[in-house]
Design a protein around this ligand. Sequence first.
Ligand code: SAM
Ligand code: ZN
Length: 159
Amino acid sequence: MKLETIEARRSPIHGMGVFALKRIPRGTQVIEYKGKRVKWDPNREKKNGHTELFHVTHTHVLNPRWQGNIARYINHSCAPNCEAVQEGEQIFIYAIRDIQPGEELFYSYGLVLGRRFTRDDVHRYLCRCGSAKCRGAMLSIPPSRRAQVKRWARQFAQS
Ligand SMILES: C[S@@+](CC[C@H](N)C(=O)[O-])C[C@H]1O[C@@H](n2cnc3c(N)ncnc32)[C@H](O)[C@@H]1O
Ligand SMILES: [Zn+2]
């Protein structure tokens, strides 16, 4: 897909986001998520979080700080219009429904921490997507913990 089909600019959800400039039909491969392939450092998650990093193997991630493109600015939504698909060791963002000009692009991050997430994690990865289906956090949440996460997220939103 040509780059002038999307642009990065400020988002009402958080910081920068990526927006459609033209209609993007469902099924379109919108952009490759680019980044330098580097070894995964589990200590990094503790310091900075890891929403920018994409695992391509158990041991390696793509880090868009180097060799990245505007795909790094795509925000998370619990009701996304895109999905991230791994093909070999590359990640591509596909439209999962028709997207109209001006709409912000989102995929669901579904972050996996490699351990049981805590209330603090929900605070750290709190979701502000605003969708009616919002799960409360940018984490991968098993059905058995959905009510708990929603409750915690409501408490954080009120405090
Ligand atoms: C890959 S970046 C996306 C681009 C980001 N908006 C920026 O300006 O750099 C991921 C970060 O954006 C923020 N973010 C993305 N989606 C969000 C959401 N639905 N709710 C709250 N924060 C979000 C979080 O701070 C997350 O760590
Ligand atoms: Zn949400």
